[in-house]
Design a protein around this ligand. Structure first.
Ligand code: ASP
Length: 309
């Protein structure tokens, strides 16, 4: 098997058709390229896929452009509640956290859950207590809550809607959930996803992101998948695992499997969202049913690419 590496990251799905006319496009392109190149440095020197997807998602969480970590959207009570998960394709170890606040990098907490090994998913107060035990950095809510997010919540409430971060109920919305998938030089796969959820969602709501097989999945025998979109629809279709099954048991290449997964999402539950996928040979693919998917990739160590629509 080739010792080349591949990396894909996404910054969420949603309605971005007007983005090309706005100043924000360059910011997204720049951010995606910088993060891809940082990830490339680590994969090129032989770092493990699991470490690199955690690293890339940490960088995405720290960038307020995206709906994860620092830029998380607000729930109906005006609070930040975050979900994150990651999975190692070599041995199916996984770690996830749901409905957490204060933790600067939810993906780092998910990694600690994975490393600890006793549990796969921790939530709420228990997860926060575990974060303190792990001595992870905690932040005051001011770190997470930006004026733009307060305005976005007001607009969603005024429209009586629960929305994806990118949905255009007001012109300022062009941000999203984040994820990364990688194939390292040892031939291993990993996937990670992190989110602040949906704008104006019910407090205590958990989406697809921290649910293994729905918003994230990795198995060396099939592929690594990270999803973004309306979580309830990804939960009902167990979409990440469904795509992996298409690869493993129906023998589809990743491009066909990603498209077939999104078709299934649309046909069965009229789902809205997108996925990024890498298989064991390092082939990259993405598909979406929304107008836009912010996404970047490096296939087999080649030049970095980025799409915003
Ligand atoms: N999938 C996320 C959720 O439902 C939202 C997103 O991808 O933007 O929580």
């Amino acid at each position: 098997m080739s010792d080349s590496y591949s990396l894909m990251i996404h910054g969420g799905s949603g309605c971005l058709e007007d983005l090309k006319y706005e100043a924000g496009e360059d910011e997204f392109r720049h951010s995606i390229h910088v993060i891809l190149e940082k990830g490339r440095q680590r994969l090129a020197r032989g770092d493990r896929a699991l470490d690199v997807v955690e690293y890339c998602v940490t960088l995405l969480e720290n960038d307020p452009l995206y709906n994860a970590g620092r830029g998380s959207v607000l729930n109906a009570k005006g609070q930040v509640e975050m979900d994150a998960a990651l999975m190692n394709g070599a041995d199916l170890r996984a770690g996830a956290v749901a409905c957490i606040s204060q933790v600067k990098n939810p993906i780092a907490l998910a990694r600690h859950v994975l490393a600890h090994g006793q549990n796969v998913l921790l939530m709420g107060e228990g997860a926060l207590e575990f974060a303190k035990l792990c001595e992870l950095e905690l932040c005051h809510e001011d770190y997470f809550i930006t004026q733009a997010r307060i305005e976005q919540l007001k607009a969603a409430k005024a429209a009586g809607r629960i929305t994806l971060d990118h949905e255009r109920i007001s012109p300022s919305e062009k941000l999203g959930t984040v994820g990364a998938v990688a194939r390292d030089r040892h031939g291993d796969l990993a996937a990670a996803t992190s989110t602040g959820g949906l704008v104006n969602n019910h407090w205590g709501r958990v989406g697809d992101t921290p649910i293994i097989g729905a918003g994230v999945f990795a198995d060396n025998e099939s592929c690594a998948v990270s999803a973004t979109g309306y979580g309830e629809e990804f939960l009902r279709t167990v979409l990440a695992k469904t795509i992996a099954m298409f690869v493993q048991w129906r023998g589809m290449d990743v491009e066909t499997a990603a498209k077939a997964g999104i078709e299934y999402l649309v046909n069965r539950v009229q789902g809205e969202g997108g996925v990024i996928v890498i298989d064991g040979a390092g082939h990259c693919a993405s598909a979406q049913s929304t107008t836009g998917l912010i996404c970047g990739w490096i296939e087999h160590g080649s030049e970095a690419h980025c799409t915003l629509g």
